[in-house]
Design a protein around this ligand. Structure first.
Ligand code: ADP
Length: 465
């Protein structure tokens, strides 16, 4: 007979069964044999049966221990066992431990993913192929005004009903973002317009990620930038047109030999006025851009404001040329700030009063403390400004009376400069105006923080003897 060179491998369970049966069988046969020799066959059978019964009881007890342990399978509570039972328990324990570890690592990965997705500045909504909401992050909650707790597994198109959004989802144009405007009630209840870009990204088994980004602020800045470029171009167009018109006329006259010195003089006067206008505009634009540059730090020193105010009032007298009555009241208080910037702000307010107050009007310039805080005020008896214009006066290029502004050399940037200077000094601008028949006029008040006032130039510290 040919024996197979190798026996087939035996599974641990078969090995356990065979070894247990052999042990119990051998013990029962041995004890039964001894009992038969001592007392006869009856005793032998009884002793063998008792051994089998005891073995059965032992395994039942071990199974009860195992079942108890499985309720809370830790290394500390592992029942004492050796031999085959020990092997079984150790294997079972390792299996359970590995499974627990891999479950834990899966849960950790999932929780890290959720934390990362929750921290995203963009909104993310996970959708199934029927557009039901599977998951969403807190940003998406605020973007779409939907709840992570209540709206899970709701169809997104029932919650976000904007037609362009539904059209975009149905088109499934992955990779092409949609820009949409939403109207939301603000905290105070007033509606505010928000602008979002939305993008659908497919993934996995017909699932989709709906990403949203709030670009309201970006759009606002973009509108300001566009308006600014349009305004500057518009401001420059007139002087450039005038200049090129005169240049053309002069060239034609020179070629034809028809130019007269009087005409030439007139043309040159117009041209230099337009060049001066462009120069003022460029200077104001540069001042404004310096003021808006956050990195441009304020170089501060005590300023002798009474002296400055009197000097500015003297310049205003020249500009007025006797057409207005200008009075100055300046308390002996100094201000800690940047001299150039303060000069530019105060000068803008005083010259505006001269430019916009009809002849015969009164202009009062005041520098004083009010409740300890310094203030600079220019009050005129001009026609006054209608209330709807007042909140917009400090916007760049905003003018109430464009004709008068341009006729008096205005760039439309003066009050924007004033506002920025005051902001850099921790101050604010207040505008009050009346168009009433008997008490018309406008008051511009620049208020500074108490800490910016000082009695006079601080003396150098006396050196101790
Ligand atoms: P501008 O260079 O046009 O004067 P500003 O920014 O200094 O620009 O002023 C903005 C607008 O505010 C002016 O065009 C003018 O209509 C109005 N304004 C400013 N100061 C006065 C004032 N004292 N009285 C009446 N209107 C004023």
């Amino acid at each position: 007979m040919i024996l197979p060179s190798r026996l087939p491998p035996v599974s641990p369970a078969t090995k356990f069964l065979l070894v247990s049966l052999l042990r119990v069988g051998a013990l029962a046969a041995f004890v039964g044999g001894v009992a038969t020799l001592a007392g006869g066959v009856g005793y032998g059978v009884l002793a063998g049966a008792l051994i089998v019964f005891a073995a059965f009881g032992y395994y039942a007890w071990k199974l009860a221990q195992l079942s108890d342990w499985l309720r809370e399978p830790t290394a500390a509570t592992l029942p004492d066992a050796d031999g085959l039972w020990g092997d079984v328990l150790i294997q079972l324990y390792r299996m359970l431990r590995d499974e627990r570890l891999s479950r834990q690592s899966l849960a950790d990965t999932l929780s890290r993913f959720q934390q990362a997705a929750s921290a995203l500045p963009d909104g993310a909504v996970m959708l199934d192929n029927a557009y039901n909401i599977v998951w969403l992050n807190p940003t998406a909650e605020t973007h779409w005004d939907i709840s992570r707790r209540d709206d899970r597994m709701q169809t997104i198109t029932y919650l976000i009903r904007y037609p362009e959004f539904i059209e975009y989802l149905n088109a499934r144009q992955y990779g092409v973002p949609l820009t949409m405007k939403l109207t939301r009630a603000d905290v105070g209840g007033a509606p505010k317009e928000l602008v979002f870009t939305v993008q659908l990204v497919p993934f996995g088994d017909e699932q989709m990620l709906l990403l949203s980004r709030d670009i309201t602020e970006y759009e606002r800045l973009e509108t300001i930038r566009r308006d600014f470029v349009a305004n500057v171009s518009h401001e420059l167009r007139t002087p450039i047109t005038v200049l090129s018109g005169f240049l053309e006329t002069m060239t034609t006259a020179a070629t034809a030999g028809t130019g007269s010195p009087v005409l030439l003089e007139k043309a040159l006067a117009h041209m230099s006025a337009q060049a001066a206008r462009m120069q003022r505009l460029v200077e104001d634009l540069l001042t404004l851009s310096r003021l808006e540059d956050e990195s441009h730090r304020l170089a501060e020193a005590p300023i002798n404001v009474p002296e400055l105010v009197h000097a500015l009032a003297a310049e205003a007298e020249q500009l007025s040329n006797g057409r207005h009555t200008i009075s100055v009241g300046a308390a002996p208080i100094w201000l800690i700030g940047n001299r150039d910037e303060i000069t530019s702000a105060f000068s803008n307010l005083i010259t505006n009063a001269v430019r916009y107050t009809p002849p015969g009007g009164k202009i009062d310039v005041t520098w004083e403390l009010e409740d300890g805080a310094p203030l600079f005020r220019v009050a005129d008896s001009g026609e006054g400004i209608a209330p709807e214009h007042i909140p917009r006066l400090t916007e760049r290029f905003y003018r109430v009376d464009r004709g008068r502004s341009q006729a008096t050399g205005g760039t439309g940037l003066g009050l924007a400069i004033v506002k920025h200077v005051l902001m850099r000094h921790g101050g604010r601008l207040e505008i009050k105006s009346s168009r009433a028949v008997n008490e018309h006029g406008t008051q511009f008040t620049a208020r500074f923080p108490i800490a910016r006032a000082c009695a006079s130039e601080p003396r150098p510290q006396a050196v101790a003897a």
